[in-house]
Write a protein that binds this ligand. Sequence first.
Ligand code: URA
Length: 438
Amino acid sequence: MTVCDIIRKKRDGFELSEEEIFTFVNGYTGSVIPDYQASALLMAIYFNGMSDRETAALTKAMAYSGDTVDLSAFSGLTVDKHSTGGVGDKTTLVVAPVAAALGCKVAKMSGRGLGFTGGTVDKLSSIPGYRTTMDVSEFLSIVDRVGMAVVGQSERLTPADKALYALRDVTATVSSIPLIASSIMSKKIATGSDSVVLDVKVGSGAFMKSIRDAEKLAEKMVNIGTAHGINTSAVITDMNRPLGYSIGNNLEVIEAIKILRGEKIPGLYEECVSLAANMVMLVKKCTYVAAEKSVTEALSTGKAYDKFKEWISAQGGDISYIEDTGKFKPAKYSVDVISEETGYICRMDTEKIGICAGLLGAGRKTVNDSIDYSAGIVLAKKYGDRVNRGEPLCTLYTNNEDGIGDIADRYRAALDFSADAPETLPTVYRTVHNQESI
Ligand code: URA
């Protein structure tokens, strides 16, 4: 069977065998299959989808394409969390220390931001001294001592996903349910946690634009996790507006610290509680209500905030910035975006808002670009808020003034207004559990 036969079979709507999928993944990762053939197969998958059997085989082939992490020393206690990608999503900075403060072990490898979505590793890198790379033995010893560690993804972990994701990014094949499910779950299998909570974002700032598609993706990932013996839950959360009020690396760290100090920032607080409670529930095998109670206590008593400081310090971060967030260097320029309309904000194009933050310097256009940690956006008004003409909608922060007027125009264009208040959107739509976790 040649690569061309595999492409033709998928193009014509037939199911690929496990052997054919392994041939493709190993061939592409080993540079035997060229980009043009891999792109053709990805596009055929994009249009024809994949059966559960094919998705499972693709996940397995990618998961074992490189190193895997052995967390058996913490057997039964390990829990990971992964978001499908959003704007202003700083939940890992909150939920990981909450879970660790409650006795879970969180050994997390996080990604950098690319495109309109942010990355946890970039946010953490904005804390002076914080080390995102270290060898596996130091990583595991911090998990053992502190209960958690968060580093960037090692080059040797799931190299097939790395190569295929980069190709998908430039061939318009990212937003395919089987391709996203196998990409995320291959990384979760390789990083070895017993339990995983997936944050499946839906809305204008997410890959999944409809609840039905978000449900399909959530169910697919939960089934893959279950098939690999991982206790998996997926929480479907709203991304029709940025999460919280801050977008941009050190701005988001500061907002996460507010939550850890007990502030209940609407939307962000509820989502953090839901994700953390699901993590605790999977590890402790308790009810959601019991898990939620311990999570809210860990936040209100400062237990999670203390764990956060212990973790940041263990990875070399300068704690004085956490204790006094005024020490984070602000951006040189700040510009208010003024509303030209009066009415209720009835739609936020969250992807466009994420792009504005990237243009201000908070994100990269290409993988090798550097990041301006102080750049970003602080929202004054969000979906559902009433605004008068002349009032600020948000403040833009940047160290490079060029084009800031255009970015302000883009921001305004990302919003729609209505005379009446729009319907309220939930923060969490629903949770998909596997059999063992309920
Ligand atoms: N996040 C991933 O890790 N992979 C995808 O395909 C999409 C989001």
